[in-house]
Write a protein that binds this ligand. Structure first.
Ligand SMILES: [Zn+2]
Length: 93
């Protein structure tokens, strides 16, 4: 799936259509001191492998997300592109 690098679309902050730059979202690393991570580390302590059961069915794809940044006010909106798919989004050169 290819996306153009610039899109003219509605900006909720400006209240009108403006030019937006398309960006790929960057994944933030897992927080090592969050409550869920500490609880999980406590649960798997002393065991080998995973403690939590694996889900029976796996969904075969994810919603692809891009970030749209308004060129006028630099407001960033997240947008889901299409439905569940295995294809990754690439920005056009
Ligand atoms: Zn704007």
């Amino acid at each position: 799936m290819e996306m153009p690098r610039e899109i003219t679309t509605y900006c909720p902050k400006c209240g009108k259509h403006t030019v937006h730059t398309v960006k790929m979202p960057s994944r933030s690393p897992q927080r090592t001191m969050s409550k869920a991570t500490r609880r999980h580390n406590r649960a798997i302590k002393g065991y080998v492998g995973s403690v939590e059961p694996k889900p029976a069915t796996k969904k075969t794809g994810k919603h692809q997300v891009v970030l749209l940044e308004c060129k006028d006010c630099h407001y960033v909106v997240e947008r889901v592109v299409g439905s569940r798919t295995k294809k990754k989004i690439e920005l056009k050169a």
